[in-house]
Write a protein that binds this ligand. Sequence first.
Ligand SMILES: *[C@@H]1O[C@H](CO)[C@@H](O)[C@H](O)[C@H]1NC(C)=O
Ligand SMILES: *[C@@H]1O[C@H](CO)[C@@H](O)[C@H](O)[C@H]1NC(C)=O
Ligand SMILES: *[C@@H]1O[C@H](CO)[C@@H](O)[C@H](O)[C@H]1NC(C)=O
Ligand SMILES: *[C@@H]1O[C@H](CO)[C@@H](O)[C@H](O)[C@H]1NC(C)=O
Ligand SMILES: *[C@@H]1O[C@H](CO)[C@@H](O)[C@H](O)[C@H]1NC(C)=O
Ligand SMILES: *[C@@H]1O[C@H](CO)[C@@H](O)[C@H](O)[C@H]1NC(C)=O
Length: 485
Amino acid sequence: MGREREMRVVRWLWLWLLLTISDAAVTSRMVNRLTASTNFLTTQELWFNQTLDHFSPYDHRQFAQRYYEFLDHFLLPNGPIFLKICGESACNGIVNDYISVLAKKFGAAVVSLEHRYYGKSSPFKYLTTENLKYLSSKQALFDLAVFRQYYQESLNAKLNRSKVENPWFVFGISYPGALSAWFRLKFPHLTCGSLASSAVVLAVYNFTEFDQQIGVSAGPECKAALQDVNQLVEQRLATNGNALKDLFGAAELKIDGDFLYFLADATVIAFQYGNPDTLCFPLTQAKNKGEDLVDAYATYVKEYYLGKFGVSVQTYNQQHLKDTALNGDSSDRLWWFQVCTEVAYFQVAPSNDSIRSSKVDTRYHLDLCKNVFGQGVYPDVDGTNIYYGGTKIAGSKIIFTNGSQDPWRRASKQTSSTDMPSYTVTCHNCGHGTDLRGCPQSPLSPEGDAKNCSSPDAVHKVRQQIIEHIDLWLSQCQAIGRSSM
Ligand SMILES: *[C@@H]1O[C@H](CO)[C@@H](O)[C@H](O)[C@H]1NC(C)=O
Ligand SMILES: *[C@@H]1O[C@H](CO)[C@@H](O)[C@H](O)[C@H]1NC(C)=O
Ligand SMILES: *[C@@H]1O[C@H](CO)[C@@H](O)[C@H](O)[C@H]1NC(C)=O
Ligand SMILES: *[C@@H]1O[C@H](CO)[C@@H](O)[C@H](O)[C@H]1NC(C)=O
Ligand SMILES: *[C@@H]1O[C@H](CO)[C@@H](O)[C@H](O)[C@H]1NC(C)=O
Ligand SMILES: *[C@@H]1O[C@H](CO)[C@@H](O)[C@H](O)[C@H]1NC(C)=O
């Protein structure tokens, strides 16, 4: 009890210290406190100078990289520091998912670094192919390492101490999930462990299993309806393409492949983010009543995918992807660059029993890479897997998790071991990052609340395992820290 009180006093002193650094900081912090929605733990931007090219011996250029910190639960001075990795979109704050529950439980600080090039962390005003050459997972991992050192040293300076190491733990979902696993793999001395949630650690060239998993997740009835939709769409595209595109509000997609990829993705999102019934109920109902399936699908796409989910059609427009000006929608171009150079995950139609159009093939993806970024841009998948190990990643103290309905799960690690335990969260609406995000995975359930998962218990069980691993690895790390003192 005495120790707990002491911690609380220290925490207040810490807060006071932060609040008094400058008046501006005080004001924005307070405003932030009042207006930040429950979706974020903080949206207060902080900045530091990052090296542009970590692999050049003579290029010393820097760029400003955005980060965040959340210290409400931090047990000073030696509490753990959780590094929540941001990925392929603007990082507008620290998202209030299950990590906030974990931070409270462990007395941890939470810090988060925006991925280079995305959001406000772009080194360049123009995103030409030439300027994108420093955009890679390898550079991003080095950014995280440099940031981790910078933050630890700043903390030590504030606490008037030196050479002290707090125990760190890294977290990420999806591509940041892969970065989380790879960070522990490449910089094991900088983190006590890693949670790699729905981590796409295997770069796949022809990712046909993606579509196959959609079929499994949809179940036979919905899958059949989706395949009917695709057949009808292909017929109408051949005879009256413009009217069909209009029906989906997608007249701007002049390239048929872009349109078909857009329709395929609209299906994916229902399973990936835990809303399968929003898609499958109306479709199977329309089929049973003998109604027009394309109409039913168009209603879903417009009301849900473009409406509630909030995707914009231009995301799929190669004309838009070619735009090199830095603006609010640049992440589409940036992620395609990473896809076209490093990781692929080309979501091509399997040759048999596919849900998406067979025209979404390898050629389509390679043509897109060439059209958008220029001749000679295609993914070096083998190089990526040699560098990280793919599903044979030889790391340690990494927890892998998958959602049972998530089409990405087959690019994740496939087996469990003592040093790299893996768990699949199984339920009807368990998708991408369910362990941290709960259900559905979009829109966000604050604190990753799992009560709307069709089996909250399945989520709780995996979370319990996660807590036990974090607890064990943090304490092992702290024991080493103490013995070296
Ligand atoms: C970053 O670099 C710029 C330009 O060299 C400098 O003005 C600024 O003070 C630096 N910021 C930090 C946080 O070091
Ligand atoms: C920091 O520690 C040194 C050495 O113990 C001490 O001399 C100094 O006054 C301290 N500074 C602050 C700001 O507490
Ligand atoms: C990918 O699929 C295409 C088309 O079927 C095929 O030509 C190519 O060899 C495949 N590539 C790999 C690496 O599997
Ligand atoms: C095609 O898929 C169906 C259903 O998944 C399967 O039963 C059949 O054997 C497959 N045919 C070929 C040629 O792979
Ligand atoms: C991810 O999904 C694959 C394929 O369904 C499964 O074999 C594997 O065990 C899962 N991995 C984890 C870490 O759950
Ligand atoms: C759970 O579902 C109900 C009903 O749809 C909804 O009102 C509520 O916001 C959801 N809760 C969470 C945490 O997602």
